[in-house]
Design a protein around this ligand. Structure first.
Ligand code: 13P
Length: 395
């Protein structure tokens, strides 16, 4: 095992093992900085370096993005309730089966984020969901955070739980077939954000990222800046700059390999309750300016969340950001903005499965075109223009 990881590390183009420990006081059994000695190469995170880079590149491949279908059982229940279905395991299984079995989905979707239940779930006809995804050329991912709770000492803000036991859970998820992970924490503009909340969010993400990499999972780093609020776009930009500078500070402090992560930012927009509205061009200008200022080009992929935008809006904004080449793959990791029309079309009826799958494929293809900067909004339905903002949204 030690020599296998040594081989991986030696061939890694991205990680210099001496740089890894420079100036640090890491305890044994980590690294002695002696390039000629194979026994020196025992950093656990580094043993996955090549694989992490490869996974991140696969997910960030041209014309493809992520299907976020990692709704917790409670959130999935809200989705099912919106079409009059009960929140039973059988209904969740039926819906998730519909999503992952869309013929040809892998042409536009490179990764799917699953809730823990789904990682261990089978389709209605008994195939493991993970196997179905792999057959579709889609990398399975897993939501690993344990949700938001109030942050004591803050201005009614929250922090994200889930670090306790994360290493062993991540190792088990890898065994089960997951190759990337997601941790969503939030920052609220109307509630501050306080320096404490931003620091806690950034630190939690960085610890999670380091633990994920040590266990072979590419971490998706998601500090969602909530759409809630009446503020204008400049205020969102200001907060986003602060948040991302802290996130990268702590990622570096935690020795996270940047070539082996993916980001999931919010787009820079005015608050959902603001009197101002922004065009896709304005959203793209602000968001790209933010990314250029804060995100090193070593990061392979930026996979945006939709955050309550309508399906069409999220696709138009992504398309606007891909009108000229970017240093990173700029793509999507949408839940609501991929699933909305699909869910409504299904309505829980077996006879609608085909139409619902067509709706998902249409959205996936539209976003694929937007990733390539070639989306035209042709053939969009009324439903797809409907916003999905919910105040205080949780996932
Ligand atoms: P939305 O695209 O619905 O905002 O979902 C974001 C998310 O974090 C799902 O993984």
């Amino acid at each position: 095992m030690a020599s296998a990881s040594a081989t991986l590390l030696k061939s890694s183009p991205v990680l210099d093992k001496c740089e890894w420990v420079k100036g640090q006081t890491l305890r044994q059994p980590l690294v002695r900085c002696n390039p000629s000695s194979a026994s020196a190469l025992t950093i656990k995170a580094a043993s996955y370096a090549d694989e992490l880079v490869k996974t991140a590149k696969t997910v960030a491949s041209p014309g493809r993005g992520i299907l976020a279908m990692d709704e917790s059982n409670a959130t999935c229940g809200k989705r099912l309730a919106s079409i009059g279905l009960e929140n039973t395991e059988a209904n969740r299984q039926a819906y998730r089966t519909l999503l992952v079995t869309v013929p040809g989905l892998g042409e536009y979707i490179s990764g799917a984020i699953l809730f823990e239940e789904t990682l261990y779930q089978s389709t209605v006809d008994g195939r493991k969901i993970v196997d179905v995804l792999v057959d579709q050329n889609i990398v399975p991912g897993i939501k690993v955070d344990k949700g938001l709770v109030p942050l004591a000492g803050s201005n009614d803000e929250s922090w994200c739980q889930g670090l306790d036991g994360l290493a062993s859970r991540s190792a088990a998820y890898y065994q089960q077939g997951a190759r990337f992970a997601k941790w969503r924490t939030v920052v609220s503009i109307p509630n501050g954000p306080s320096a404490l909340a931003v620091k806690e969010a950034a630190w939690g993400l960085a610890r999670y990222a380091a633990i994920s990499q040590e266990n072979g999972l590419v971490p998706i780093v998601e500090p969602e800046i909530l759409l809630d609020g009446e503020h204008g776009i400049d205020r969102t930009f200001e907060v986003a700059q602060k948040v991302w500078s802290e996130v990268f500070f702590y990622l570096a402090e935690n020795n996270v390999l940047l070539e082996g992560i993916l980001l999931k930012p919010s787009m820079v927009t005015p608050g959902a309750e603001s009197k101002d509205k922004a065009t896709p061009l304005q959203v793209a200008d602000y968001t790209l300016k933010l990314l250029h200022r804060r995100i090193p080009p070593a990061v392979p992929g930026i996979m945006f969340l939709s955050g309550g935008q309508s399906e069409v809006e999220a696709t138009l904004n992504l398309n606007a950001m891909n009108q000229s080449p970017n240093p990173w793959h700029v793509s999507f990791s949408y839940a609501r903005a991929l699933q909305n029309t699909c869910l409504k079309t299904w309505g829980g009826l077996p006879e609608n499965v085909k139409a619902a799958q067509d709706a998902l494929l249409f959205r996936a293809k539209s976003n694929s075109l937007a990733q390539l900067g070639k989306y035209t909004a042709e053939g969009e339905s009324e439903e797809a223009t409907r916003g999905m903002f919910v105040k205080g949204y949780s996932y």
